[in-house]
Structure formats: structure tokens, C-alpha cells
Write a protein that binds this ligand. Structure first.
Ligand code: SUG
Length: 444
């Protein structure tokens, strides 16, 4: 067996982090619409979460934020003049588009791409498909720069295949790894790739909130990656109606364990049977939380399942890294403590503070993209993007220097914010050794 580890690449939170209420069906985003954010606290919280994982012994990488406001996007809509004029005119004539162009949503790296490790891909490469994020305007702007970032982090084309996003049409709406769980006996062995979809591309969707992933998009990603062990499962309709905009809001899995809410899947018995049938050389363990113990609304507000489920090197049982909001919800806390004190596969629960991201519906699991890498693949990654104590220190100083500690959605129209954001990103490319043309504004 080839030795492999699970690495995380987290989206570094950008200087325009704000609460603009851009995601219908994401209850936290709607609830906090119009509130003032604290981008400086946000980036530091994200960095501290990354360091926590690195300190636990998991390889940790940084994905740079995207250039926002996205002036090139606004120019495609016909706004012209200097960059400051483009911003001003867009806010005046098309504020919804201007707001979308300012979102720091690339921080949620679980939506950056779907990843198939080399143990499961037909050709021995690690495959990445950036998600087209077609459902939400602000997120549909991400995939081009995401591809660039993934190519910078995984630069060896003989080992890493970074694809284009699927065509950006509703039939192929794709939200990436937030709807993918990989189960296996050991990271380096072939696994089960559970791909969870919300609607069929050709059905008339009549839910109160969008179903962001189509079955056909999931199928296409699995097919183009040559993925083995694919299991397609339908997301629970009641879960979507209750505000589960991604499967990772109600489900997380690692190694042989799937931890999920009772309502996560439309047909739980069938999903389990299909997973068992696809599992080679291991018996999957299902840890289900009943709605009677944790109503869906509490699961969503506490984000118990939007946790990172990891195996700390040297430990047998798994550790669940939850947001502090889980500890503050009486029922979710009781479930978490029960799970850890039972004799099951999860032995420990820890809590992290990512409150700034949580207020936009992004928990610890949303902020990271998991990538299983063999030792040789890990050695082929871009070391300048790996979080060390030094890089954590440098990025903390950088964030504290450049980022504001208060930003209202109205402040997004401030042309000075554009100047500050570009200054920050320019310096970031130097810190991460990304070269001068990484961002559109650097290419002129
Ligand atoms: O796509 N929020 C993100 C949160 C993504 C969470 N990711 C995972 N569950 N994997 C979204 O809904 C809100 C932005 C705003 O309203 O300003 C936002 O895009």
C-alpha cells in the first residue's frame, strides 16, 4: 500500500469579508445581512484554525483570496472608465452585481473543487475540478482564479490534473467537495466516493431554496476524474428546505466513518447499502444523529456536522473539530459529548473560533479543501504555500496591517477599499512567492 496523508488547503479570508446576504437558502447569510463585519478578526481566526491543524500534524496549505472587487467582471457588464469609476458606476446602476463583485466568498475552499486522489483515479494522478458554483452570482465568479490557485499549489502536471470547471449552466451546477465524502480503510487505499446531489438537471425544482448540485454534475465530475468507488446519493429534500444548502452542513466523513444527521439523505437505507457495496476491504461505520436528539434547525445553527473529522497522526480514534457555536447550543453540545464518550470511532471533540465566517454560513469544514496526497505528491506541492509557524506569523502581521476591523456592506463601494485590497494582495503574492501576474490587476 502507498502511504498517503490527508492535507488541508484553506481559503485565506480576503479584505472584503462582509455580510451582504448574497446566498438565499443559507440562513446565516440571510440573517446577518447588513451587519458590520470584522475582516481583520476573520483572517486571523482562519489563520489560527489552520495553525491548529498544522500543530496537530496535518499538512496545511493556504489558498490566496481572490481579487475583489472584481473589476474585470464589472467591465464585462459594460462599466468603463478608471477602476474607481467602474466601481462607482456599478454601485449606482447595478448594486446587486457590484455587491457580488465584492464578495470574499472564495474563503470557503470546500467549494473550490472536487478532488479525486490518485488511489481512486484511473490514471494515477490527483484530479481537481474547480466548482462552477453556478447557483449564486457572487460565487460563479470564482472558478477561473481557483484554477490558477490550484495550479500554483499543485504545479506538477505529471502528478496533478487541474481541469476546467464544468460548463456554467444550471444543468451542471456544481458546488465541489462540500457535496463529496471519501470513505476508506486508509487514505492511501482505494475508497468510496460519495457524491451527494440535490436535484436532477431536468426536473422542475420547486423547493423554497435552491438545490445547488445536480446529479448530472456529480456524475460528470466522477467520470472525468476516472473515479472508482463512486456512490451517488440524493440529498434529503427536507434538509434542503430547512436550510441545508450543502451536504456538508449535515454530514461529514473520514476514513471508515460517516457522521450524519437523520435527514441528510433522501433514502438513508439505500445510501448505506450502496456505500457498503462499494467499500472494498473495510466495513463502513455510520454514526447517525436522530432529529429527536438534534432537530435540523439546531444542526444548522450549531454546525455540529460542518466539522473537520480527522485522524491525528499516532491516534486510533478520530477527532471532531467543531465550531464554538456547537458548544454553545445545548443539544448539539450534548450530542457531541455523547459521541466522543461512547465507544465509537470518534474519540475527541475540539472547538475552534471561526465566528466571522460562521455568520455567513461557513464553518470549519467549509474553510478547507481536503486533498489526500501520497508522500511523493506531498513533496511535489508548492512548499511556499504550506503553513509553517513562520508563514502563520508573517500572514498574521500582514492581515493585521492591511485589513480593516469594521466593514459594512455600504463600505464596499469605497474606492479606498479597492486600493487597500490590491495593496494587500500585491504583498501577499510576494509572501507566497506567486510571482507578479497571479491576479488580474497585476497583469494590467
Ligand atoms: O456559498 N456563503 C457561502 C458559505 C459556503 C459554505 N460552504 C460549505 N458549506 N461548504 C455560500 O452560501 C455568503 C456571502 C454573503 O452573503 O455575503 C456566502 O456566500
Amino acid at each position: 500500500m502507498t502511504h498517503a496523508v490527508e492535507a488541508n488547503a484553506d481559503g485565506l479570508i480576503g479584505p472584503t469579508h462582509s455580510y451582504a446576504g448574497l446566498s438565499p437558502g443559507n440562513l446565516a447569510s440571510s440573517l446577518n445581512r447588513g451587519e458590520a463585519s470584522n475582516p481583520r478578526a476573520a483572517v486571523l481566526q482562519g489563520l489560527d484554525k489552520m495553525k491548529r491543524l498544522a500543530d496537530l500534524g496535518l499538512p496545511q496549505f493556504v489558498l490566496p483570496p481572490h481579487e475583489r472587487p472584481d473589476i474585470p467582471f464589472l467591465r464585462t457588464l459594460g462599466f468603463s472608465g478608471s477602476d474607481a469609476q467602474v466601481l462607482e458606476r456599478a454601485w449606482k446602476d447595478a448594486p446587486a452585481f457590484a455587491a457580488a463583485a465584492c464578495s470574499a466568498s472564495s474563503m470557503w475552499a470546500a467549494n473550490a473543487a472536487t478532488v479525486t486522489p490518485s488511489a481512486d483515479s484511473g490514471d494515477g494522478c490527483v484530479h481537481f475540478t474547480p466548482a462552477n458554483l453556478h447557483t449564486n452570482l457572487h460565487r460563479s465568479l470564482e472558478h477561473g482564479q481557483t484554477r490558477r490557485a490550484l495550479e500554483a499549489l499543485f504545479p506538477a502536471p505529471d502528478r496533478f490534473a487541474v481541469h476546467d470547471a464544468l460548463p456554467a449552466v444550471g444543468h451542471l451546477a456544481d458546488e465541489g467537495a462540500a457535496n463529496h465524502v471519501r470513505l476508506c480503510r486508509d487514505h492511501g487505499e482505494p475508497g468510496v466516493n460519495l457524491l451527494v446531489w440535490g436535484r436532477d438537471a431536468f426536473e422542475l425544482w420547486d423547493g423554497p431554496y435552491p438545490a445547488r448540485q445536480t446529479r448530472q454534475a456529480s456524475e460528470a465530475v466522477g467520470r472525468r476524474h476516472g473515479a472508482s468507488g463512486v456512490v451517488l446519493a440524493q440529498q434529503g429534500r427536507a434538509a434542503i428546505a430547512g436550510g441545508t444548502f450543502h451536504n456538508d452542513v449535515v454530514c461529514v466523513g473520514a476514513l471508515d466513518t460517516l457522521f450524519h444527521h437523520e435527514l441528510a439523505f433522501e433514502d438513508t437505507a439505500r445510501t448505506r447499502r450502496d456505500i457498503r457495496d462499494a467499500a472494498k476491504g473495510f466495513e463502513p461505520i455510520f454514526v447517525e444523529v436522530a432529529a429527536a436528539d438534534l432537530p435540523l434547525a439546531d444542526a444548522i445553527s450549531s454546525y455540529l456536522f460542518n466539522s473537520m473529522l480527522i485522524r491525528v497522526p499516532g491516534e486510533d480514534r478520530l477527532t471532531l473539530i467543531c465550531p464554538v457555536e456547537t458548544r454553545e447550543n445545548v443539544r448539539a453540545h450534548a450530542v457531541a459529548e455523547d459521541v466522543a464518550s461512547s465507544n465509537g470511532p470518534i474519540g475527541r471533540v475540539e472547538y475552534v473560533d471561526v465566528r466571522q465566517s460562521m455568520r455567513n454560513g461557513g464553518g470549519p469544514a467549509c474553510l478547507r479543501l481536503r486533498v489526500v496526497l501520497t508522500d511523493a505528491e506531498l513533496a511535489a506541492t508548492n512548499a511556499a504555500m504550506r503553513l509553517t509557524d513562520e508563514l502563520h506569523g508573517a500572514l498574521s502581521v500582514w492581515g493585521a496591517t492591511w485589513y480593516r476591523d469594521r466593514l459594512t456592506p455600504a463600505d464596499l463601494a469605497d474606492p479606498q477599499l479597492l486600493v487597500e485590497s490590491r495593496g494587500a494582495l500585491d504583498e501577499l503574492t510576494q509572501i507566497l512567492g506567486l510571482g507578479g501576474g497571479f491576479y488580474p490587476f497585476q497583469r494590467g
